[in-house]
Write a protein that binds this ligand. Structure first.
Ligand code: PAF
Length: 283
């Protein structure tokens, strides 16, 4: 596996592959890689000749300076994991390489980005769109892979690709969970042992709510989740929204859509965690 740090070197390397007719898969990440990322990389390795994994903690998507400062970073361990799963290139640029000058582009994806994460983290999706579009222009992949844990991000990236008229395919991959249910996240490593145990209430509640939903209204199901989460000491619920999986707008009745997802964000101590669960999905 090659570790590349500049856009020009990345383009050169990938042009070489492209000239030979090789397909390119891109997995954008912020590093601190775990099995969730590994599942995206494995899928890309299966579906493409070449897999590029970007490792870049993107400052423009952090609305909280401390969150940016404390975000876990470990390039060596990341490269080890990427070698093991068969990535071709790790692209790990410095901030100055991706932002030689401030990115003044403003992306608006209303109403997709005005709810949930967009409402709680002003500017977050603008920053995500800035960096992901730069990565798409740099790598020109045939396919790019994103996890469904960041459900709203995935919807916004699909919309960005549509609006920019890019021809790559966006592949959404299922959430990977620990055996006890906790959704894998780079932020999990910032949890204390006690918080880690407490955090299990998130997935447990979401899974229980699938059963509740079978015999309850959407309103009562949402109330069930909020009540269970608010009972946990050390949790601060930011939101629980039950939304249409395409428009991300709240639905009132189970019959309102064929694709219904519950999305949660909360603080467990000082660590912000998100998760989601599908109540309805017509494939
Ligand atoms: O999901 C992430 O890790 C980031 O938001 C992404 C897509 C790599 C952009 O920085």
């Amino acid at each position: 596996m090659k570790v590349i740090t500049t856009v020009s070197q990345l383009k050169n390397e990938l042009n070489g592959f492209r000239e030979k007719g090789k397909s390119i898969g891109l997995v954008p990440t912020m590093g601190a890689l775990h099995e969730g990322h590994a599942s995206l990389v494995k899928r890309s390795v299966e579906e493409n000749d070449v897999t590029v994994v970007s490792i870049f903690v993107n400052p423009t998507q952090f609305n909280d300076k401390n969150d940016l400062k404390n975000y876990p970073r470990n390039l060596e361990a990341d490269c080890e994991l990427l070698r093991a799963v068969g990535a071709t290139i790790a692209f790990a640029p410095e901030v100055e390489e991706m932002y030689p000058e401030p990115d003044t582009r403003q992306f608006h994806f209303a109403p997709l980005d005005t709810v949930m994460e967009g409402a709680c983290r002003p500017g977050h999706f603008n920053g995500v769109a800035q960096i992901v579009s730069k990565l798409f222009y740099a790598a020109e992949p045939d396919k790019a892979y994103f996890g469904e844990k960041d459900f709203q991000q995935l919807a916004i990236i699909r919309e960005m690709v549509r609006r920019l008229g890019l021809s790559l395919q966006i592949i959404g991959c299922p959430i990977v969970r620990e055996s006890d249910g906790l959704a894998l996240s780079s932020r999990n490593m910032l949890l204390t042992a006690e918080e880690r145990t407490r955090a299990l209430a998130i997935s447990r509640t979401l899974f229980e709510s699938l059963n509740v939903a079978k015999n309850s209204s959407l309103h009562d199901t949402r109330a069930f989740v909020e009540k269970q989460i608010n009972k946990v000491d050390g949790f601060r619920l930011e939101y629980y929204r039950i939304v249409d999986g395409n428009t991300l707008q709240e639905v009132e009745e189970w019959s309102d859509s064929d694709y219904i997802v519950g999305c949660i964000a909360l603080f467990c101590g000082n660590i912000r965690l998100i998760d989601n669960i599908k109540y309805k999905e017509v494939k």
